[in-house]
Design a protein. Structure first.
Length: 125
């Protein structure tokens, strides 16, 4: 399952990178807008990798402990993501629209991938 996860993340990142290159070329993105795309890509990739690691850890535990690990990990991940987004917006020179739009699009793409993977993991037992 780990190989499928890594392969899926890499495919999503390659597609994202290709779209970013095409958009930045045709729309003449500035370096600030390109950096915004890079920051959102890094942030969402770290988020999905941490989600996968937390889920794998939680699945290998007893039921009650598994639920606590999963939900506390999800809450920690969500709060960390909000803090990092706030810090990036406040302290780095970025295009807010490009950053937030690419962040949400990539975030929801990764969430879709995570749900598909979790369903497969749970069906396999």
């Amino acid at each position: 399952m780990t190989k499928k996860f890594i392969l899926g993340v890499l495919i999503i990142l390659v597609i994202y990178s290709g779209i970013c290159i095409i958009l930045s070329t045709f729309l003449n993105f500035s370096p600030v807008e390109i950096n915004s795309l890079i920051y959102s890509g890094i942030l969402t990739t770290v988020n999905i990798v941490s989600a996968f690691l937390i889920t794998r850890f939680a699945i290998n535990q007893k039921r009650q402990s598994s639920q606590k690990s999963f939900f506390s990990g999800t809450l920690t991940r969500f709060l960390t993501l909000i803090i990092l987004i706030t810090l990036i917006i406040k302290y780095l020179e970025i295009s807010y629209l490009v950053f937030l739009l690419s962040l949400f699009l990539l975030y929801f793409t990764f969430q879709f991938w995570e749900i598909l993977l979790l369903n497969r993991m749970l069906k396999q037992g």
